[in-house]
Design a protein around this ligand. Structure first.
Ligand SMILES: Cc1cc2nc3c(=O)[nH]c(=O)nc-3n(C[C@H](O)[C@H](O)[C@H](O)COP(=O)(O)OP(=O)(O)OC[C@H]3O[C@@H](n4cnc5c(N)ncnc54)[C@H](O)[C@@H]3O)c2cc1C
Length: 381
């Protein structure tokens, strides 16, 4: 197999590099960030790669009812296979707790009921009936629903990936790739896997590839904060999310935005010995990544929303970090060749990448290796 350069060493670029190496390609992985970076800070605003700040939730049962959703459903098996080959990467089954409160008005109760029914229909396609409770006839004002889920611990993954890449023979280069202007490529095959920076490398990528800015509080030592957590959230290996999360809705209307909009979703996720608390999501009109948003008002809004889980959480001493995240709206991720540029490929814009990247990376690696049918079943990629 030919020489392949993969630009971007986050979740997407790293798992693709492993899949390419497994097929015998000579792979060079370019990324300016240190291999083991989890959180880096620039002068005024703490900014990280999305993979370092992620909850790492594996929404394997939450995909669309098509071939892409069927691939997502294989994510737990894919992570187990990756671990059998490369050693522990942080995969573990866990719970997903969806919380709601404030169901006062008939309209609020109706949206809670609709959201519960939607989640239960999604989960019911893959989970045994016993794991998916029927919606009760009367929804309480506040409550939570716990479902089986999976997660990949970001701290563990960040520590394990550099070793796995080295053992697989992937050459890592700390370098910032420049824009891929017309002209010869620097290698036989080049893959753009630079997340939110893909467009600055190739402005002509499809319009549906967009960028949001996510923000959260990163607690290094959860023991210091567990006395602050309500009993049902402390110590459990659970990802907690609001049932009526707003991030997906904001991303879905990204193409219609006239200006900047942001939302706050008060969730939390285990993160090594620590906790991630948040998140804020800011989307701007247009396609450019732009500068990180001013963190002050976003952090204040996030602390305010966390107070809904427990007022003491608003006071947790933890830094606010931000990361640019690539997503697609409308349509599926960008996985495949770039039209009109033989040898150039793109791998970005996932919704639920911790469930999508593990099954998609081997398919894209096969396509790069010359298998013309490898990506044939992917809708809208
Ligand atoms: C708070 C938060 C919670 C999340 N929760 C979940 C979740 O529960 N489940 C889930 O599936 N997803 C979740 N996500 C989304 C997920 O983390 C990201 O979509 C995913 O990590 C993106 O991976 P990536 O490799 O595409 O991009 P990134 O991780 O951003 O990696 C891109 C890499 O490209 C590099 N790069 C940029 N420019 C260049 C250049 N010019 N040359 C070379 N390299 C370059 C960067 O340094 C970076 O390392 C969450 C994200 C956030 C921020």
């Amino acid at each position: 197999m030919a020489d392949v350069w993969v630009i971007g060493g986050g979740l997407a670029g790293s798992l693709l590099a492993l899949a390419l190496a497994e097929r015998g390609a000579r792979v060079r992985l370019l990324d300016p960030a240190p291999a083991q970076e989890t959180l880096a800070s620039s002068s005024a605003v703490a900014v990280a790669r999305a993979s370092a700040l992620s909850y790492g939730g594996v929404p394997w049962w939450a995909g669309p009812p098509d071939d892409l959703g069927a691939l997502m459903a294989t994510a737990p098996a894919c992570w187990q296979r990756l671990e059998a080959r490369h050693g522990p990467l942080g995969w573990r089954p866990c719970g997903l707790r969806l919380r709601w409160e404030g169901g006062e008005s008939p309209a609020e109760i109706a949206s809670i009921e609709a959201a519960l029914a939607g989640v239960q229909a999604l989960a019911g396609r893959h989970l045994p009936a016993a794991a998916v409770l029927e919606p009760s006839s009367r929804v309480p004002r506040s409550g939570s629903l716990r479902l089986p889920y999976g997660r990949v611990d970001g701290r563990c993954l960040a520590a394990a990936l550099p070793l796995a890449l080295e053992r697989a023979g992937v050459e890592r280069q700390r370098a910032h790739a420049g824009p891929l202007l017309a002209g010869p490529l620097p290698a036989d095959q080049v893959v753009l896997a630079a997340g939110a920076s893909c467009r600055s490398l190739l402005p002509a990528l499809p319009e549906r590839l967009r960028v949001s800015w996510a923000g959260l509080l990163a607690v290094e030592d959860a023991a210091a904060c567990s006395p602050l957590l309500p009993a049902e959230l402390a110590g459990g290996d659970e990802i907690v999310m609001p049932l009526l999360g707003q991030r997906q809705g904001l991303e879905a209307r990204a193409a219609q935005l006239q200006g900047e909009e942001w939302v706050v979703d008060a969730g939390l996720a285990p993160w090594g010995k620590g906790l991630l608390l948040g998140q804020t999501t800011l989307v701007r009109a247009g396609l450019a990544k732009g500068e990180p948003p001013d963190p002050l008002r976003l952090e204040a809004a996030l602390r305010n929303a966390l107070a809904a889980i427990d007022p003491r959480l608003a006071e947790v001493r933890a830094p606010f970090h931000q990361a640019p995240v690539s997503f697609t709206s409308p349509g599926g991720p960008l996985v495949g060749p770039v039209a009109g540029r033989p040898g150039l490929w793109v791998f970005a814009g996932f919704s639920g990448p911790f469930a999508l990247v593990p099954p998609l990376a081997p398919l894209l690696a096969a396509a790069i290796g010359g298998d013309r049918n490898a990506l044939a079943r992917l809708p809208g990629c």
